[in-house]
Design a protein around this ligand. Structure first.
Ligand SMILES: Nc1nc2c(ncn2[C@@H]2O[C@H](COP(=O)(O)OP(=O)(O)OP(=O)(O)O)[C@@H](O)[C@H]2O)c(=O)[nH]1
Ligand SMILES: [Mg+2]
Length: 202
């Protein structure tokens, strides 16, 4: 049974200081439009927990999904897309870096990259920043449904090379089509130590 079946959206905040302590949490980061919200929805098997949209830069707040007793999946704004007022990104960046640096119970950062267009320089910089700050992260390459099967291996290697990882360390998924999602869901449930008894209703 899906260990995320009781997941529900609980709140959006602008400031990390507004968040209480948790038992465990994971946070999703990645370029705007890469599929963070879609991936969270797919993991939880629900459609609208985290709002997904065609408009890049839609997620502007820290969004919290409760997935177990005092356990969260956190959806953060995407980086690398200038929308709204010109000076908006520094504010968003301060918010999300502030969040990442202030959570003792943050078990893992889930960094989503676009498997089709490849990892960007911004992704590379973010990976370096996470390493510099000793924040453990896993890399998920999404949108693999867009890649012809003959090109899968080369794409995988390109993403891994760019981010200084081995190809086998990258989780390759399509959140939209569900490919690779049960493995990723299980991995995240394990990271959060979710059990049936320990779901959000409990
Ligand atoms: N082909 C394909 N499209 C996808 C996949 N996952 C997400 N998308 C599409 O990509 C677009 C952006 O998805 P979101 O989940 O809103 O992306 P996000 O990373 O949350 O975006 P921001 O909140 O703006 O940072 C939507 O149109 C999705 O339908 C996938 O696996 N394959
Ligand atoms: Mg989003």
């Amino acid at each position: 049974m899906n260990r995320f079946s009781d997941a529900r959206f609980i709140k959006s905040v602008y400031r990390p200081e507004e968040l209480e302590e948790t038992a465990a949490e994971v946070a999703f980061i990645g370029r705007s439009n890469v599929g963070k919200s879609t991936t969270i929805n797919a993991i939880c098997g629900k459609k609208d927990l985290a709002r997904a949209s065609k408009t890049p830069g839609r997620t502007r707040t820290i969004n919290v999904v409760l997935v177990g007793k005092n356990k969260w999946i956190v959806d953060l704004p995407g980086y690398g897309f200038a929308v709204g007022p010109k000076d908006d990104w520094p504010r968003l960046e301060a918010m999300f870096k502030g969040y990442l640096l202030s959570r003792p119970s943050l078990r893992r950062v889930i960094m989503i990259v676009d498997g089709f267009t490849g990892a960007s320089q911004l992704d590379e910089r973010m990976a370096m920043w996470l390493d510099m700050n000793s924040l453990p992260f896993i890399i998920v390459a999404n949108k693999c449904d867009r890649i012809a099967s003959a090109k899968q291996q080369a794409s995988r290697k390109a993403v891994a090379d760019k981010l200084g990882r081995r190809p086998e360390d990258i989780r390759w998924v399509s959140a939209m089509r569900g490919l690779g999602m049960s493995g990723l869901s299980n991995e995240i449930a394990d990271i959060l130590e979710l059990t049936q008894e320990n779901r959000s209703r409990a």
